[in-house]
Write a protein that binds this ligand. Structure first.
Ligand SMILES: Cc1cc2nc3c(=O)[nH]c(=O)nc-3n(C[C@H](O)[C@H](O)[C@H](O)COP(=O)(O)O)c2cc1C
Length: 206
């Protein structure tokens, strides 16, 4: 049985490229799996809940891919069940490129990055756009109460495939909060040492 990942991504043209460049056999392991690997399990659920941003790709009517960066407070991308994730689409620049694309083609591809731990998760899904008038309970489930941004709609993603990517070439990067967590003990130590030094300088004065 093929993994859902291979079912979606291994098109005839992709397989031809694998054959041309000699990796067809190595990649066939994705087509001979015991489990299609569609549902989100504990590691994915935890990983998704910790994200404060992701990149999403949609496809335009003209066939152009369009990649947008989405951000919000940590956990704004929510797991609704083992096959469904979603987020509140906050009011932004009102160009509606992704929404317009999704109204035409509901397919989405996402990459979620964890730079400090050099991990990345790829997801493919089909999107349902939900307005408050249609399902207020669902839109309020996706909202982030502490975040002062206007929710225009909910984006609900029926997850069709997932794939963990290798850590290669991910440069560890840290957010301000992550840096503070690492640096604060050092700053406290420096302050204590400075105080100690000042006290011993005082004590040595005649
Ligand atoms: C006032 C303002 C607020 C924004 N807030 C967010 C936000 O909370 N999250 C986010 O990912 N992008 C935010 N953006 C930038 C968005 O990427 C963008 O406005 C919008 O979502 C565009 O989507 P599109 O490129 O698919 O049309 C904001 C932009 C503006 C001008």
């Amino acid at each position: 049985m093929a993994t859902a990942f291979a079912d979606i991504t291994f098109t005839p043209s992709v397989k031809a490229a694998q054959s041309l460049y000699g990796s067809r056999e190595a990649n066939s392991r994705f087509e001979l799996a015991d489990d299609p690997g569609i549902g989100l399990t504990e590691p994915e659920i935890e990983f998704i809940g910790e994200r404060d941003s992701f990149y999403q790709a949609t496809v335009s009517e003209f066939g152009w891919p369009y990649v947008q960066h989405r951000g919000g407070p940590e956990g704004f991308l929510k797991v609704l069940d083992a096959h469904t994730i979603g987020f509140a689409d906050f009011r932004g620049n009102r160009q509606y490129l992704s929404i317009g694309n999704l109204n035409f083609n509901d397919r989405i591809s996402m990459i979620l990055m964890d730079y400090p731990n050099r991990r990345r998760l790829k997801l493919w899904g089909r999107v349902r756009i939900v307005h408050e008038s249609e399902d207020p309970a669902l839109v309020s489930q996706l909202a982030v109460p502490a975040y002062r941004a206007r929710v225009e709609r909910g984006i609900v993603i029926d997850v069709k495939a997932i794939e963990w990517n290798c850590p290669q070439h991910i440069t560890p990067r840290y957010s301000k909060a992550e840096l503070s967590y690492l640096i604060n003990p050092l700053l406290e130590e420096i302050a204590a040492l400075k105080a100690q030094l000042a006290a011993s300088n005082d004590a040595s004065k005649p």
